[in-house]
Design a protein around this ligand. Structure first.
Ligand SMILES: Nc1ncnc2c1ncn2[C@@H]1O[C@H](COP(=O)(O)OP(=O)(O)OP(=O)(O)O)[C@@H](O)[C@H]1O
Ligand SMILES: [Mg+2]
Length: 218
């Protein structure tokens, strides 16, 4: 069970709250989309779920663990181990190969990566032939698959994606969903934030972020 409890987040000394007493509970293995207008706080929320941002007030329970008590270093280690993040701009390192990008998170993890693991993920995402290519030579859709592979390499239990269809056409958006679904079928909890309702409708559950709070979208 994961839980955001009475979360507030402001950026300007509590004058306005982007997240305003937001509570949200989800279970292991869920496949969730969060929609909301531009500026509603989707990225802010995702960063809190990713432990990249701390809430101004409120706490985050991650699989029974209260993250409030962890130091920044402990939090970084925790994140690296348990959470995979696909950023909107993918954040790949251009002059490294796809494979080097994919194994990057394992360098900070005590768990050793192995070729078998990279190959297995690359196979599942259909990017085996790209592994030795420099990331800056890949197309947008290819970069995205590499970013997903990187998010998967440490066997996270939670994968978070921010606006992943941003630059994709419909075909690629469908493929992207198929990949997230595949991950989900392996037991990974998946949460995607998007302004794209059509995309969101493919997910098991849709929540809407509005007025700083999250409610089920009907
Ligand atoms: N680091 C920051 N400092 C100050 N204000 C910020 C910061 N990050 C976000 N904001 C403000 O918080 C609000 C929510 O931003 P956020 O990026 O979470 O929205 P969003 O729903 O992801 O929007 P979009 O759909 O355009 O990506 C916006 O008004 C934004 O200007
Ligand atoms: Mg955003």
């Amino acid at each position: 069970m994961y839980k955001l409890n009475n979360i507030y987040k402001s950026y300007d000394n509590d004058k306005t709250f982007v997240l305003n007493n937001l509570s949200f509970e989800f279970q292991k293995g869920e496949l969730i989309a969060i929609i909301g207008k531009s500026g509603s706080g989707k990225t802010t929320l995702l960063k809190i779920l990713a432990t990249l941002n701390k809430p101004t007030k409120g706490f985050y329970i991650f699989d029974e663990k209260n993250l409030e008590k962890l130091s920044n270093d402990e939090l970084a280690e925790f994140r690296n181990k348990h959470i995979g993040i696909v950023f909107q701009e993918y954040n790949l390192i251009g002059n490294l190969t796809a494979e080097e990008n994919i194994i990057l998170p394992t360098i900070f993890n005590k768990k050793q990566s192995n070729n078998y693991k990279v190959n297995e993920i690359a196979e599942a995402l259909g990017i085996k032939s790209l592994l030795n290519k420099k990331a800056n030579l890949l197309s947008g859709g290819e970069q995205q698959r590499v970013a997903i592979a990187r998010a998967m390499i440490n066997d996270p239990e939670l994968v978070l994606a921010d606006e992943p269809t941003g630059n994709l056409d419909n075909d690629n958006a469908n493929q992207l969903f198929a990949m997230l679904k595949k991950l989900n079928n392996l037991g990974v909890t998946v949460i995607t934030v998007t302004h794209n309702l059509e995309f969101a409708k493919m997910f098991d559950k849709i929540y809407e972020l509005k007025n700083g709070q999250l409610g089920l979208y009907k």
